[in-house]
Design a protein around this ligand. Structure first.
Ligand code: NAP
Ligand code: ZN
Length: 353
């Protein structure tokens, strides 16, 4: 066991503060990573403030962070895919049984024994729960470690590990591409990656935003059209026309307004995870055989596929790089939709703690 530097919250009302946490010495299957950047996902805030209490009660102390990139410091004797010095990433999962039907299909995110990067049961007994990436190092089973393409900017690559795969996976699953009209709801961390991917896949991409000042950015990111979702007339113009809509909104909102924009057999998928249930008017689904579904991150093989796609097309997140000392301020700005479009923590800033 060794000590790592980290930022940790002691309760749902406590700010994140400097702390020391235990990390295990790498076992034979493990990769020890020096963390260089970690993105700030809205899920980090939901969890640290225990907003998902009813489905996933938070356990404290809590070290969030699941958009991790870094350099391999050390590998265990049985590790085959990585060497010291490699640029690597870790996303939302650090363990799963790897034998269940979900794991065998490459869908580790649905494994009943899946362990999340933070707040999950620590099978190694190093700490009561797993601690995430707001830290200078992490030790992870090599199955859950990804290769980062060498051409990508590392601060911008970190958010690919969650925001990237969470939008790439449902867009692929629902066949988004040329000839499809696709909506992306909410231009935040996830939403702006959704726009980049939908555009790269060749779809006609429409952004729905509550923030009129984000319009120019949406077009620059690859949107063909931008709709200010508070404007009912603008919404109505698109009624019944979408093949697919990806909803990446973090707060309660009117989902029925979007269901009505779907064409026959259209689908709207939630990746946003508001703390309260969303009321659904079923007639919107019945009329037009429309469907409403959800999606969680993506499996490990698909995450690598997404990273390689990003390497080929030079896609990264648009980030505001911050020192870890600004993490609490970043959380406040996230609650006001004031992020362009992801915070990425430069972990060199932990050295002074
Ligand atoms: P984020 O950066 O804070 O972006 C959320 C965006 O939602 C905001 O920028 C804003 O966009 C819009 N929004 C916020 N409040 C709103 C409101 N009251 N009404 C309508 N729109 C509102 O968050 P994120 O990191 O992208 O995460 C988004 C959600 O996805 C979170 O709930 C997060 O927990 C969840 N998530 C799910 C998964 C998964 O696997 N399913 C993975 C990661 C994250 P505009 O300004 O454009 O309106
Ligand atoms: Zn996330």
């Amino acid at each position: 066991m060794f000590k790592a530097k980290a930022y940790s919250a002691a309760s749902k009302t406590s700010p994140l503060v400097s702390a020391q946490i235990p990390r295990r010495e790498p076992t034979e299957r493990d990769v020890q990573i020096e963390i260089l950047f970690c993105g700030i996902c809205h899920s980090d805030l939901h969890y640290a403030r225990d907003e998902w209490h009813d489905v996933m009660p938070a356990i404290y102390p809590c070290v969030p962070g699941h958009e991790i990139v870094g350099r391999v410091a050390k590998v265990g004797s049985a590790v085959t895919k990585f060497n010291a010095g490699d640029l690597v990433g870790v996303g939302c999962m650090v363990d799963a049984d790897l034998t269940c039907p979900n794991c065998r299909e490459g869908l580790e995110q649905f494994c009943p024994s899946q362990v999340l990067t933070y707040g999950g049961p620590d099978k190694h007994g190093t700490a009561p729960v797993t601690y995430g990436g707001y830290s200078d190092s992490i030790v992870v089973d090599e199955h859950f470690v990804l290769h980062i393409p060498a051409n990508l900017d590392l601060a911008g690559a970190a958010p690919l590990l969650c925001a990237g795969i969470t939008t790439y996976s449902p867009l692929r699953h629902w066949g988004v591409g040329k000839g499809k009209k696709v909506g992306i709801v909410g231009l935040g961390g996830l939403g702006h990656m959704g726009v980049k991917f939908a555009h790269a896949f060749g779809a006609h991409t429409v952004v729905f935003t509550t923030s009129p000042h984000k319009k120019e950015d949406a077009l620059r990111l690859g949107a063909d059209e931008v709709v200010i979702s508070k404007n009912a007339d603008e919404m109505q113009k698109h009624a019944g026309s979408f093949d697919f809509i990806l909803d990446a909104v973090a707060a309660p909102h009117d989902i029925n307004a979007y269901i009505n924009l779907l064409a026959r057999d259209g689908n709207i998928t939630m990746v946003g995870a508001p703390e309260k249930p969303l009321p659904v008017a079923v007639f919107g689904l019945i009329m037009g055989r429309r469907s409403f579904s959800g999606s969680a991150i993506g499996g490990i093989a698909e995450t690598q596929e997404m990273l390689d796609f990003c390497g080929t097309h030079n896609i990264t997140a648009d980030v505001e790089v911050i020192p870890i000392q600004k993490v609490n301020e970043a959380y406040e700005r996230m609650t006001k939709s004031d992020v362009k479009y992801r915070f990425s923590i430069d972990m060199a800033s932990l050295k002074s703690e």
